[in-house]
Design a protein around this ligand. Structure first.
Ligand SMILES: *Cc1c(COP(=O)(O)O)cnc(C)c1O
Length: 378
């Protein structure tokens, strides 16, 4: 037995990852390629193995990351891929962008100019348009004005503009008002693209689909689908089903370090927030908030032990937590428990855990800390 198996670890299934990629490919039309979003260490799954699997086994050629550090890491793994930095890179680092053949998201004329001042080689870029997310990108009242500014940016020497893109704010909603908001965002970027074409500028890429759009409003005009969360088998929004066959890639496990039977009236964990109301079998589990298992799950979360759900009792500590195993008489020290994943007939997903404490599955998987080794299985 390996040492990590004695405490807390995350199992990442590469076969599920491959299966998810196949399903995502099936959602897209022939004119749309997948740009795998692997920011934040592949949403906590570990970019080394994930990128290797995506590039080698799934034939992925496009990757998106949040910053230069991540871009350089992916470049090491995928020497031939197109890697887009979605977020900010200080312009002083423009030479590293160009030397490593990275593509930078460009948010304004000024930013484009300062990038070029800092690189002797051409800087490849996609121009980001803010069509309603209100985060980053060019913002103009009309697509015609936006196209005009893009043409000016294309004129900057030292810049190679290869595409435009935008990001949807509510593509994960089936509310009619939100749908029309997204329609509007999409119409804005496609109109901008068409205006550019009318004015003689034909860019290779225009992309606007994230995971939600890829699932619910797939459109062949987006040359890339920037798929993130669905690669990892989670929901853009828990209230909407994702296409059949997409499965969570990561499971989170730990072990029971001790089991004891306590009488009624026993305080469990910090703050004495939990007091047993009857005789109870309590198991201590080797995972805590320093592993990214949120303290907000105190007395709320459930954990699978021998396929049965056991409730957390009292506060989640930094490295340990306690559960009620009264209904699982066979539970004993050394048993493996499942915090995220399947055990027997039951499953606890990162999405479910997220909804217990008011966040989204994205934050749960990204939040699994460095201390938790990622174990890759096929
Ligand atoms: C994170 C991100 C994505 C991926 O979003 P998902 O909802 O995970 O698919 C796509 N585009 C941009 C700009 C992003 O920041």
């Amino acid at each position: 037995m390996k040492p990590y198996l004695k405490r807390a670890w995350a199992e990442v299934s590469l076969s599920k990852l491959r299966q998810n990629m196949e399903i995502i490919r099936g959602l897209n039309s022939d004119s749309t390629d997948i740009m795998a979003v692997v920011k934040a260490d592949a949403y906590g799954h570990g970019y080394d193995r994930v990128c290797h699997c995506l590039a080698e086994d799934c034939g992925i050629r496009y990757f998106a990351v949040s910053n230069l550090d991540e871009a350089l890491a992916v470049r090491q793994l995928c020497p031939d891929a197109d890697i887009l930095i979605l977020g900010y890179t200080p312009p002083e680092y423009a030479h590293e962008i160009s030397e490593n053949n990275i593509i930078q998201g460009v948010v304004s004329m000024e930013y484009a100019q300062s990038l070029c001042h800092n690189s002797k080689d051409k800087v490849r870029c996609h121009i980001k348009i803010d069509t309603g997310m209100g985060r980053i990108g060019l913002r103009y009242d009309t697509p015609a004005e936006c196209a005009e500014e893009i043409i000016r940016i294309c004129g900057i020497e030292g810049l190679s503009v290869e595409g435009i893109y935008t990001h949807f704010a509510v593509a994960d909603s089936d509310d009619p008002d939100n749908i029309s908001y997204t329609d509007h965002q999409q119409a804005y970027i496609t109109d901008t693209y068409d205006e550019l074409v009318r004015r003689g500028v034909k860019l290779e890429h225009m992309h606007f689909m994230n995971s939600a759009a890829t699932c619910y409003r797939n459109d062949s005009r987006s040359t890339l689908s920037r798929a993130g969360i669905i690669i990892y088998g989670l929901h853009p929004d828990i209230s909407l089903d994702i296409p059949e066959g997409l499965e969570p890639v990561m499971e989170l496990k730990a072990v029971i370090s001790q089991v004891k039977t306590v009488p009624a009236g026993t305080c469990i964990s910090y703050g004495r927030t939990f007091v047993s109301d009857r005789e109870m079998r309590v198991a201590t589990v080797t995972i805590g908030y320093a592993d990214g298992y949120s303290r907000l799950l105190s007395s709320k979360g459930e954990i699978l032990v021998h396929g049965k759900r056991c409730r957390i009792v009292g506060r989640v500590c930094m490295d340990q937590l306690m559960i009620d195993v009264s209904d699982v008489p066979e539970a004993e020290s050394g048993d493996i428990v499942t915090l995220i994943g399947r055990d027997g007939d039951d499953i606890i997903t990162a999405d479910e855990l997220a909804s217990v404490y008011g966040t989204i599955g994205y934050e749960v998987v990204c939040g699994i800390s460095k201390r938790v080794p990622r174990i890759y299985i096929d």
